[in-house]
Design a protein. Structure first.
Length: 532
């Protein structure tokens, strides 16, 4: 059989000296390869036959990939990209160091490979594309199911994750610093997880009951759709402290809130003392002072404005400071303070507490009676009425029921110190004076411009002899002259104690008395005057 070849070796070739190919004898470690039109010597990268790592140099003209036994090899020109390798799942290519811009590209079968570049060695699995090293990390690209690129790179002492749509249009999506802090949208996270964005959101979803929670710049939110009724629960030290149920009710200390805000706790048997920190509900300055709300174990509710820092100080409590009425026991509030109750029942307002004098205002709903009273648990109280900026007492009702006007010691059911005017026509008045003289002296008077006439009853009492004289006088005047008629006199002694006269002086009508002795004499005058 004729073979049209220049040189044929059938059963082997033994070369005792140097072998020349393409005018070159080659050097140590090179192998023969062919371009199709001739053969030449090619350098094999370090590693050689059976090596687990095969390197490539830009000055090397070809790359040889040997089998594990070193008996078979694939020799490729330097410009060739290793491509189209199809392997069963889980077959491993270890120790392949690819050249810049090349790589291992799968055609649909998954490839798990270890790619090394620089001082970074990473293992990755790509179902759709390949692995290409680029910089200090691993570069991923794919054309299916959607075009895109991604990279995991070491930048300084941080591990970064980049994504994009081209190899030159990538942006950092996340990084992990050497301290273990994770940053999304930031290259300098200051906490274990920091998310930075124009509208950052972190969402968790639970499929079992359609519940998901979300933390965003607008706050924390948790949602359940129409098929779910899960509450939002807040815990500290594994103990539930607060919850918001599916209807929006908030429970603090309660797992079954019955109102929009339900605060539940174990109440004390007494109200906290001044300065003691609130153990129930309080509003105000942290640890200093505020408004305290609470309920005792007996069901008594209270509101107190005070300090909480150990200082026994109470403060004023203002209701409706900007206006509006206050209703107690009623929803109809026509007055500043309206006290209601059960229809037909009694209502009362008490000022003061048990053990002290206290005032009580009571209404009898059945009979329409309003009662005002004063009482004391030890003694019966006194009811007084005061007016003026200095709260001067004007009327008093004592324990026996006597009424005093301008006196604090009424001695009769009505004891008035001063004038009494009836229907603006009649004025009732009384005066008293004690004298020890025989000179004519004023014992009573009235204003001439206010009164034209009157009836005066005068009692004279000699404190030495005990004699008494009572005289009744009618007095009238014309503005300049006063006249008097004595039409009744009674005395206990043998003679009258005093004689009386009237005159006008400086616009005042005066009643004058003259005694025959200088014994101490008390004069009391009752005046019934007709208004001018």
């Amino acid at each position: 059989m004729a073979i049209n070849k220049d040189f044929v070796v059938k059963n082997g070739l033994v070369v005792g000296g140097a072998l020349t190919a393409n005018n070159s004898t080659g050097s140590s470690g090179q192998v023969l390869t062919s371009t199709g039109s001739g053969i030449y010597w090619a350098s094999v990268a370090s590693g050689g036959t059976g090596a687990t790592n095969l390197t490539y140099s830009a000055n090397t003209t070809a790359v040889a990939i040997f089998s594990d036994t070193g008996t078979d090899a694939i020799i490729l020109p330097a410009s060739t990209t290793i491509s189209g390798i199809v392997t069963p799942r889980d077959q491993i290519f270890n120790g392949i160091k690819t050249f810049q811009g090349g790589g291992i590209v799968g055609n649909g079968s998954p490839i798990r490979a270890t790619a090394t570049y620089g001082d970074v060695t990473l293992t990755a699995l790509d179902e759709f594309g390949g692995i290409t090293t680029n910089g200090m990390g691993v570069y991923f690209s794919s054309t299916s199911p959607a075009a895109g690129v991604a990279a995991v790179a070491l930048q300084g002492d941080a591990l970064t994750f980049l994504t994009g749509n081209t190899s030159v249009n990538t942006a950092e999506s996340m990084r992990i610093t050497s301290a273990g802090d994770v940053g999304i949208g930031t290259t300098s996270p200051s906490s274990r997880l920091q998310v930075v964005d124009t509208a950052p959101k972190i969402t968790t979803t639970r499929t079992s009951d359609f519940f998901y929670s979300q933390v965003s710049a607008d706050g924390f939110a948790a949602f359940t759709n129409a098929n779910g009724n899960a509450p939002i629960i807040f815990r500290t030290a594994t103990t539930e402290r607060m919850r918001i149920d599916s209807s929006g009710k908030v429970g603090i200390g309660s797992t079954t809130p019955t109102a929009m805000l339900n605060v539940s706790y174990s109440p004390s048997s007494s109200i906290p003392a001044l300065g003691v920190a609130a153990t129930d509900v309080s509003f105000g300055a942290t640890g200093s002072y505020g408004t305290m709300f609470g309920t005792t174990s007996s069901g008594l509710g209270y509101i107190q404005q005070q300090r909480f820092d150990g200082t026994a100080t109470a403060y004023n409590l203002i209701l409706q400071p900007n206006g509006g009425n206050i209703g107690i026991g009623t929803s109809v509030v026509p007055a500043t303070l309206t006290i209601g109750g059960v229809a037909g029942g009694n209502r009362s307002l008490q000022i003061g507490s048990a053990g002290a004098t206290r005032g009580i205002i009571t209404t009898d709903g059945a009979n329409g009676i309003v009662s005002i009273g004063a009482t004391n648990d030890a003694t019966t109280g006194i009811l007084t009425f005061k007016t003026g900026s200095s709260l001067t007492e004007r009327v008093r009702i004592d324990a026996s029921g006597n009424i005093g006007m301008s006196t604090t010691t009424p001695s009769a059911k009505l004891d008035v110190v001063g004038d009494i005017e009836v229907n603006s026509n009649v004025n009732l008045n009384s005066e008293a004076i004690t004298l020890a003289t025989t000179a004519k002296t004023q014992i009573a008077s009235f204003t001439a411009a206010s009164f034209r006439s009157g009836k005066l009853i005068v009692q004279a009492y000699d404190s030495v002899t005990g004699e008494v004289q009572v005289t009744e006088l009618l007095v009238a005047h014309n503005g300049t002259t006063a006249s008097a008629t004595e039409y009744g006199v009674v005395y206990t002694g043998s003679n009258a104690l005093a004689i009386y006269d009237v005159d006008i002086s400086a616009g005042v009508v005066r009643l004058l008395a003259t005694r025959t002795t200088s014994n101490s004499t008390q004069y009391k005058t009752s005046e019934t005057l007709m208004v001018a």
